[in-house]
Every structure is written in C-alpha cells, then in structure tokens.
Design a protein around this ligand. Structure first.
Ligand code: ATP
Length: 213
C-alpha cells in the first residue's frame, strides 16, 4: 500500500515548524509523499485584519514546497470553483473529516497519515466527527509546546477508546515557533528570515503582509 501524509494547516504564514514536521513524517514513516493542505477559513480562525488572504496563504505554501520532490500542495479547500462559467469562491470553510474522507475514497490504495503537532492531538476530540477522521487515517503526532510524550500517550489512549483513533509519534527537535508569533514579529518590522523558507519571506516582504497589528 502507498503511504501519504496530509499536512493540514492555516499556514499564515507557513514556517520552519511546519516544514520540519512534514520532513520528519516523510522520513520517519517512509511516506511516498506529504500533501500540504491549506485550510479554507476554519471557524476557529476567522479572517482578521492582520491575516493574509486565502490565495496568499496558498501561494506561500506553494513557494515553500516547490524544491522538495516529496512535497506537494492540494488546494481543494481554497480553490475557487467554476459554476455556470462564473468563478465562485470556495465555501467559507471545510471540515477535515469531509476532506479526508474525500481523499481516502478517491485513493483507496493509499494509507493516509494526518500529521499534527501535539496541540492538535490534545484538542482532537473537539474536532467535528473525530470518529470519521479516525476511520480514514492514522494520526502522526509530534511533540510541541512543552506537551510531554506521557500526556500525548494518555490522550491517544482516550481517543482510541472513544473513537478508534490510531496514533503514531514523530520525533522532532522542539521548535518554539508559531504563525501567530511570526505575524506579531512582522507587525513590529522584524525579519522572519530563517524562520520561514526564503521564498516565503520574499513574498511576505513584496506583498507587505502582516504589517498591521
Ligand atoms: P497559529 O499560530 O496561527 O495558530 P500554527 O503555527 O499553530 O498557527 P497551523 O497552521 O495552525 O500553525 O498548524 C498546522 C499544524 O502544524 C498543527 O497541527 C500544528 O500543531 C503544527 N505545528 C505548527 N507549528 C509547529 C511547531 N513549531 N512544532 C510542531 N508542530 C507545529
């Protein structure tokens, strides 16, 4: 069976934490590829003035992955649609359970791993239909933000019991970087060089992103 990772995120902006997480999954789980899936406008991260637009997040994600043959972008949660010859924007947001089910049904020959940081593992039971996501993929979780492997294992046991969730673990060097912090730094005029891929930093500067507090 082929194996693919799904790296979902808001990517506002995409940063080295995301890249390292995806690279670790590719290597440690011996995946054929990692698919970056920029989210539409998730209900819990409503568009704010200091945020990039959806197509800008998509473009930054494309720039970030373009040199790595094992990475690609799937734009299905953001792509505008054509209806009666007219361009209609993508729905305001998608739920992961729908996207993952759609991908799994399209490619029954692939075992999907949904790649998450520890923070996402710890709140997974609040997602819509964790049981559906758990049916179609295995969670690949990495330690983040001081969350211990013991607390992650405790959460994994709870998820397995309640939703049949399968969890595997990824080892990554702890990286205290988040998109929120990077947007804040940028709004203060500080450089994001070395914290985001070079091309992404060029795009942020050229487009004047994250300037407003
Ligand atoms: P924000 O600060 O806007 O909430 P974020 O930096 O957490 O964003 P997301 O796009 O929401 O980034 O994250 C997508 C996925 O990547 C999540 O599962 C998250 O846990 C994981 N992730 C993000 N940054 C890191 C990091 N530094 N180390 C490990 N996992 C990370």
């Amino acid at each position: 069976m082929k194996k693919a990772g799904i790296m979902g995120g808001t990517f506002d902006p995409i940063h080295i934490g995301h890249m390292l997480l995806a690279q670790s999954a590719l290597e440690q789980l011996q995946l054929d590829e990692v698919i970056f899936l920029p989210n539409g406008n998730p209900p819990h991260k409503k568009t704010q003035r200091d945020r990039a637009g959806e197509l800008q997040r998509l473009e930054m994600t494309r720039l970030a992955v373009q040199d790595e043959p094992g990475f690609r972008v799937d734009d299905r949660e953001i792509r505008p649609d054509l209806k009666d010859g007219e361009v209609v924007p993508a729905p305001a947001f998608h739920y992961s359970k729908d996207t993952i089910r759609q991908m799994a049904l399209e490619h029954p020959e692939v075992q999907y791993y949904f790649i998450v940081g520890a923070d996402s593992l710890m709140t997974f039971h609040h997602w819509v239909e964790p049981e559906t996501i758990s049916r179609y993929c295995i969670l690949a979780a990495a330690v983040r933000d001081g969350e211990t492997i013991d607390s992650m294992k405790e959460q994994a046991a709870f998820l397995k019991e309640k939703y049949g969730t399968r969890v595997v673990y990824l080892e990554i060097p702890p990286m205290d970087v988040s998109s929120t912090e990077l947007r804040r730094m940028c709004s203060l005029g500080r450089s994001l060089r070395y914290l985001v891929p070079d091309r992404v930093w060029g795009y942020i500067r050229d487009n004047g992103l994250y300037r407003e507090e």
